[in-house]
Ligand binder design. Structure first.
Ligand code: FAD
Length: 409
């Protein structure tokens, strides 16, 4: 490989650049990114940056030592692939960029609501700074979506003295991410923080000065000075349409992050993979051998660690990513952490009383620990993560006792 291009300058992009160099790649290297900023960390945007405790989250990278051409403020618009393994050309606002190795790391973009009213999303540092300036005392802030981002924005807005309403279509916060039973345990946090949580409410559109609600015969409306929309993201893969790469919800890859061109022979089987094209981070739907299905993980830990494997793959080395997903969120003064995947779990076990403030839940299949969610119990998280990674059995009775460490049976 002599000419590598990384498209997307988020965490996965910069980590891919670093990994290529640290693994000995000596050829030309270009990072193309739509944002004009050098790669920066996003988790603080809804936390310290919004709160005004930080203004710069730039990733500490030595770009000179990395010998990487930075094309910032430039967008990839298309991809033309030559024969398998022969590279191709990234079409971009900076012109055509030929490559023989490509890392796709274009991340994800927020979903927005219909309507002409002003709506804020929170994905970039510019958006965080803009929203921060509007979180003034007494401002009526209406947040659509009681997910991770919605809860974090509500936390900061309430602390700043805003009048905060959170509107959620499901019956509980976080229903999609952790299920309604566990999501319901977080609902009281909103009221405690003085936030008005309204569940089961569907929004039709964002209008001037507020929200129009759906299915409301009297033309229901919620007035707002600012509307923040946190209803999820979609992988930013529009520029790959027509390239021949297999796109589902994200770039479909094998367990080594090699992109499939056309239909995969069967799930996970490296049929028509491109050895010269890898995808990683929020835009990649990768095959997990651990879970026997494709995962699209929109979390920082994957963007941090998976590029090592993607870079090794591009350099022709054997490498497979098999980590259990990990995620954290800081909301309403609590540290919420999650590890594993509970999508196919048999049962939920509570560990500690939610009324006590510090608690956890675990998802089990037989005596296998599939996933854990902890609230202000970081030690549980660390212990459980180890058990999940090793795949060792647990004692389903003992794990319900918060005084007993999470450990192998
Ligand atoms: P991104 O960070 O999205 O970077 C992709 C880059 O590619 C962007 O700069 C984009 O502009 C660029 N790009 C897109 N399309 C093109 C194109 N066509 N051409 C060129 N460039 C393009 N995760 C956690 O685990 N815990 C948290 O607490 C947490 N908090 C978060 C808070 C916020 C506000 C946000 C937004 C995310 C948070 N995350 C959190 C998620 C985490 O930040 C992401 O998983 C991570 O940023 C993904 O990195 P990435 O490099 O894959 O994608």
């Amino acid at each position: 490989m002599q000419r590598a291009i990384v498209v997307g300058g988020g965490l996965a992009g910069v980590r891919a650049v670093e990994a290529l160099r640290s693994k000995g790649y000596e050829g030309a290297l270009t990072l193309l990114s739509a944002e004009r900023h050098r790669p920066y960390d996003r988790p603080p945007l809804s936390k310290a940056v919004l709160a005004g405790d930080s203004d710069d989250t730039t990733v500490d990278a030595d770009w000179d030592a990395l010998r990487c051409d930075l094309l910032l403020g430039e967008r990839a618009t298309g991809l033309r692939l030559d024969g398998p393994g022969a590279g191709g050309v990234v079409a971009s606002t900076a012109g055509d960029l030929p490559f023989d190795g490509l890392v796709i790391a274009t991340g994800a973009a927020p979903v927005t609501l219909p309507g002409d009213g002003r709506q804020h999303v929170l994905r970039t540092i510019d958006e965080a700074r803009d929203l921060r300036a509007r979180l003034t005392e007494g401002a009526r802030i209406v947040i659509v979506g009681a997910g991770w981002i919605g809860a974090e924005v509500a936390t900061t807005a309430a602390r700043k003295g805003c009048a905060v309403t959170v509107v959620e279509a499901a019956d509980t916060p976080l229903a999609g991410a952790i299920g309604p039973e566990v999501g319901a345990l977080t609902a009281p946090w909103y009221a405690e923080a003085g936030v008005d949580l309204r569940t089961g409410v569907k929004v039709a559109a964002v209008e001037d000065g507020g929200l129009a609600l759906a299915g409301s015969p009297d033309g229901g409306r919620i007035d707002a000075d600012e509307v923040v929309v946190g209803i999820g993201v979609r992988p930013a893969v529009g520029w790959l349409e027509g390239s021949g790469l297999l796109l589902e919800r994200g770039v479909v890859t094998d367990a080594s992050f090699r992109a499939f061109a056309g239909d995969p022979v069967q799930d996970g089987a490296p049929g028509a993979v491109r050895p010269d094209v890898v995808a990683v981070g929020d835009c990649a739907a990768w095959w997990s051998g651990r879970y026997g299905r494709r995962l699209l993980v929109e979390h920082w830990d994957t963007a941090l660690n998976a590029p090592e494997v993607a870079a090794a793959t591009l350099l022709g080395q054997d490498a497979v990513y098999d980590a259990a997903p990990y995620f954290w969120s800081e909301q309403f003064g609590r540290m919420v952490q999650y590890a594993g995947s509970h999508a196919a779990s048999e049962r939920l076990v509570h560990r500690g009383d939610p009324a006590g403030g510090k608690w956890a839940v675990v998802w089990l299949t037989g005596d296998r620990l599939d996933a854990i969610l902890t609230v202000d119990r970081p030690r549980d998280l660390v212990q459980a993560r180890r058990v999940i990674a090793a795949g060792t059995p647990v004692d389903p009775e003992a794990i319900a006792d918060p005084d007993v460490p999470v450990r192998q049976a």
